[in-house]
Unconditional design. Structure first.
Lengths: 123, 595
């Protein structure tokens, strides 16, 4: 079962994504800030990271760079309320960019597609 | 000789003293005869001193006894002053003033011939004779000047005090030159230097064209009050219809300032009033007589501090009256006043114009400032609402997300299922509003423009030529798209090509070859950068465009990722391959708009 790391500083949203991703059949782990997220990337080896951008402390853009420095084959989905980050080329290094919505369908399908792709590539 | 108490030696001395004196003086003896006469008296009488000396005073002075009487009667205490007349050699009577002073004869030292003064009350007397013709003339002139001074004062007030337009001012000047209460010229012409400073041009004239008109005007104006303000307004009405002829003349009066010897130009530059009589000849005189009709005329320069601005020409063409020195003097005084007033009016007008401009600019600035403030306020409001809207997204995701979860967990028959559905629908509506508000603007897309790709590629590659050739890399450009153009962000596409070229350069640091090639495809166009370097390991091929992948020790690994994202944003694709003949090819394909 694929492991998805959710990095978001909003506890309710962490719970929502956790609930929905588990329901869709993924194993999940959550981090409430970027530093903790990086630590889990190192220690728990997730297959994919769902990363918020606006967070207290280190933001998602810096976290993205650090994750890819550790392991550039890990897919990262930027999941943010701010659509304007799409214009920041530093976000282009992510594998996907999803604008937050109460309808998590887009997030779920993006995660699923990226993991399928990765799996197909590995085989 | 009884009563003769002046010794001859003294008389001779006095005669010697009188000989060369320009002062008109006589010494009269006790018998009323001239004992000595000065050269001044002789000149006044028109004869030599010898003729007068010894003659009876009564031969020369009227009325009888005016001179010498005191001598005959004695008792003169001196200081007497009386009006009399001197009959000169031609029989003309010259008005003179006589001042008598008693002559006390002290005996000359060493002669011892003197008698005691109180022996005889009769004495020699001195008479000082003054020709008062000149004084009368001077008095007349003084009186005339005094009479004109209030007028000049009025003129000055009128010209400075009233806010006249330049046209009104010019007219007022000419009215003053011609008015009976003014300078009394028959006609006046005003000529001003044009704005370019090259020509003296007739502007305005005032005056009757013949005797009948003149008589009518002068009659009309005889009863008018002397107040200049009223005069200027009433005069204006009265002469309005009679200026046709003089204005016809003034329009012909055009003199180039190059003609420095022309009487008008000369008067202006010498800053001196000039009177020109009919018989004088000099440059420009005939021309002026042609305009004015041949009589005497006066020219007065209008001068201000910075130089001459024009002239007033005035004459008495109708009455034929001589132009006197006094007339000239007043014309010049008046011209000076007028010039200053004209300049004043010009400056005032200029100032007014600037003031209007300044007010307009000020007003505009105020408006701009308000607009700016409004825009700033709007912009701040816009930014604030954008932030608020973004921040609202997170709680909405929570609310709506869990409502959906709830909905799914509840049985459809459960009324709470419907309530959860309502929450999730309402949240979706709010998210829709935020999406419409924030997510529709794509600034990067707005920067796209129609670009001829070969031009862009050529420019970019040429910019790199120096750097490539410096490293021993030969650059060849093979454009193949002609005039093909597409909508793109030229700066971004350029960035991609630069990145490819930089990679090609770094891949063959010891020299080699780079080809930049463009070609048209069906529905798109391809840009390739081919190098003759070592190529890349086949295993790296798929990861070349991945983030943070780099085969270079110092690379960030983002270069090619950004390239890929840019091309993707344009709807295109990127790729790389090893060339069979050695080296690598990096390419991108951009779609052409469907026609």
């Amino acid at each position: 079962m694929a492991k998805v790391l959710i990095v978001d500083d909003e506890p309710h949203l962490r719970l929502l994504y956790e609930t929905e991703l588990r329901r869709a059949g993924f194993e999940t782990m959550t981090a409430s800030n970027a530093a903790q997220g990086l630590e889990f990337v190192d220690t728990m080896h997730p297959d994919l990271v769902v990363l918020d951008i606006r967070m207290a402390g280190m933001d998602g853009i810096e976290a993205l760079q650090r994750i890819l420095e550790r392991n550039n084959s890990i897919p990262v989905v930027l999941n943010t309320a701010f659509s304007s980050y799409r214009d920041n080329y530093l976000t282009w290094a992510a594998d996907a960019y999803v604008t937050k919505s109460s309808d998590v369908t887009e997030l779920l399908s993006t995660v699923k597609n990226l993991l399928d792709e990765r799996l197909a590539h590995r085989n | 000789m009884a009563g003769d108490n002046l010794d001859p030696a003294r008389e001779a001395l006095i005669a010697e003293g009188f000989r060369g004196s320009r002062q008109p003086m006589i010494l009269v003896d006790v018998d009323g005869h001239v004992a000595a006469a000065s050269a001044g008296v002789a000149e006044l009488a028109g004869v030599s001193r010898e003729v007068i000396t010894g003659s009876a005073c009564a031969d020369w002075f009227l009325p009888e006894g005016a001179v010498g009487q005191c001598t005959l009667l004695g008792g003169c205490q001196g200081g007497l002053r009386r009006q009399a007349q001197l009959r000169n050699v031609n029989g003309e009577l010259i008005p003179v003033e006589i001042v008598c002073s008693s002559f006390h004869a002290e005996p000359l030292p060493g002669t011892g011939a003197g008698a005691a003064p109180d022996d005889d009350v009769r004495r020699h007397c001195f008479f000082h004779v003054e020709d008062i013709r000149r004084r009368e003339h001077d008095d007349q002139v003084r009186a005339a000047r005094q009479a004109k001074l209030p007028l000049l004062n009025q003129v000055s007030e009128a010209l400075y005090g009233a806010h006249l337009t330049l046209d009104q001012l010019q007219q007022a000047i000419l009215i003053c030159v011609t008015a009976g209460q003014g300078l009394r010229f028959n006609r006046a012409f005003l000529l001003l230097v044009d704005d370019a400073g090259t020509i003296l041009r007739g502007e305005l004239a005032i005056g009757p064209s013949n005797h009948e008109e003149a008589a009518r005007i002068w009659h009309d104006l005889a009863d008018r009050p002397a107040d200049l303000f009223e005069m200027m307004t009433s005069y204006d009405q009265s002469i309005k219809n009679t200026n046709a002829a003089v204005n016809e003349i003034v329009r012909k009066m055009v003199v180039s300032l190059d003609r420095t010897d022309h009487i008008l130009v000369r008067a202006m530059h010498e800053r001196r009033v000039a009177r020109v009589t009919g018989d004088m000849t000099f440059p420009g005189a005939d021309e002026l007589r042609g305009w004015l009709g041949g009589g005497q005329f006066a020219v007065a320069p209008l001068t201000i501090r910075s130089g001459p601005v024009g002239v007033i020409v005035a004459d008495n063409a109708i009455s034929g009256q001589e132009i006197s020195d006094l007339d000239l003097e007043f014309l010049q005084m008046f011209a000076n006043q007028s010039a200053a007033a004209v300049e004043n009016s010009r400056l005032y007008r200029e100032l007014e114009k600037r003031l209007v401009d300044l007010r307009r600019a000020h007003h505009q600035q105020k408006e701009d400032q308000q607009t700016l403030l409004r825009m700033e306020r709007l912009s701040v409001m816009g930014e604030t609402s954008a932030i608020v809207a973004h921040e609202l997204r997170n709680p909405l995701v929570g609310i709506g997300g869990f409502a959906r979860t709830l909905m799914r967990n509840l049985d459809e028959t459960d009324p709470n299922h419907r309530f959860a559905a309502i929450i999730s629908e309402e949240v979706a509506r709010m998210e829709e509003i935020i999406h419409d508000l924030l997510d529709f603007i794509r600034p990067r897309k707005m920067l796209r423009q129609e670009t001829v790709i070969d031009v862009l590629v050529n420019e970019t590659a040429e910019r790199f030529r120096g750097e490539l050739e410096g490293a021993g890399v030969q650059l060849t450009i093979e454009p193949g798209c002609g005039e093909l153009a597409l909508e793109c962000h030229p700066g971004e596409v350029q960035q991609v090509l630069q990145n490819y070229l930089m990679n090609a350069l770094q891949a063959q640091a010891l020299g080699g070859q780079v080809i930049v090639r463009t070609s048209a495809l069906e529905g798109g166009l391809k840009v390739e950068v081919l190098d003759s370097g070592p190529g890349f390991a086949d295993a790296d091929g798929k990861r070349l465009f991945s983030p943070f992948f780099s085969t270079k020790p110092t690379g960030s690994g983002l270069g090619l990722t950004i390239c890929a994202q840019i091309i993707k944003a344009h709807g295109g694709v990127t790729g790389a391959a090893n060339r069979p003949e050695g080296g690598a090819t990096f390419w991108f394909i951009l779609p052409l708009p469907r026609s």
